[in-house]
Design a protein around this ligand. Sequence first.
Ligand SMILES: [Fe+2]
Length: 459
Amino acid sequence: MYFRTMLFVYLASFRLCGQVGTNDYYPPTPVPDRIMLNLTDTPSTSTAVNWRTSLPVAKSYVQITEADPGPDLEGSARVIAGTSESFMTDLNGARFHSATLDDLRPGTQYAYRVGDSLHWSEWNHFTTAEAGEAPLSFLYFGDAQNDIKSLWSRAIRGAYAKMPEADFMLHAGDLINRSDRDHEWGEWFYAGGWIYGMMPSIATPGNHEYGRTILGDRELSPHWRPTFHLPENGPADYPETVYYVDYQGTRVISLDSPAFLRDSSEANVQMDWLRGLLADNPNTWTIVTMHHPVYSSRLGRDNLELREGLQPIFEEFGVDLVLQGHDHTYGRGTNLPIGSGKQPTIDGPIYVVSVSGPKMYDLSLEPWMQRGASNTQLYQLIEIDGDVLHFTAYTVTGQKYDAFELRKQGAGQPNVFIDQAPADVPERLALPPRFEREYTDEERAVYRNRFEEYEARKN
Ligand SMILES: [Fe+2]
């Protein structure tokens, strides 16, 4: 006991010392900020919202009404009481509030604001999902992680400007670099700002959303659950990290890949749950997101446990698309050679790895990849209409970089895959500058060989 107490004191002082000199540029105030809409598991009739204030703000209210061009929104609004919790971050004390906006009508635009009755946010609009199958679209972001304010902001703002009508956005992990740093979460909210309050998000945790307790145990970022209000319909020990949302005929599933890779028992729990979930799936389309990729797009990386554990399940139950991050490169492909012909069919999901932030690695150029990119910040738009899924990757400068279409052929049949990568946009495969500088001659030769093999396969 004495030892544990002394260790606590030692580690706590070490942690505080590490923070000396860090300014709190994003302090909480009585006025709500960090307003975050999240999809619930009943997105046609409810939406979740979280926000932050300074510590003395004890009350949590949401006013909500059907959106109207007339400005008297408050007159028709109903009030929903939220809950709140105090949270001591590494920089400040704050109060994080949360509410579920329920009893909503499907396919309806609402206006809402959050506050304590003295200090209110602005009125934001959002639209609930349709009750049945309907066309949908969403934005997908790979790792933001570093220089979030400086350089990731152009990704999320560019994506919103490209597709402000998207139904939701999906963050595939490593939103920040150090899981407990309030400053980094502050930058993440600075970058996305009011977009988060209008377009619901879902997020899956990356390795950087995990830190260690002062006793050395792995723990999910203390910011995760106060910041988000994600579904808790997965295995009991994975609230808000392993879950699913059925949205207008598409099932989107989040797996906790850091936990999966940490321990075989954590992998087994997720695989058992996933099998059950996929065995009973009335949706037309099934999309999985997790941070670590089944097929790596970075040189020297491989997550064999993920591939051995999950790929057979994905193939058995017809998962269509797997959206991942972690490798700080772009890679798109399948586990099978596409073959020749204009409309080849595929037997497994399309796997995508992408990166939206500025940290860049070297490409693996492995045989699974059919389109890659290095040293390129991207965001992706997925559009689904009936039996057709359309995927587009854009660079943060707004240029279409990759695209493909999947077409359903009927129950139990493989999808038809149509490669629509723009022929006039060359692949960006050069090494990022840091690797260009630091590679040894031998590494350079290995990379050149891979590059030549990749080019030869494609031609
Ligand atoms: Fe990562």
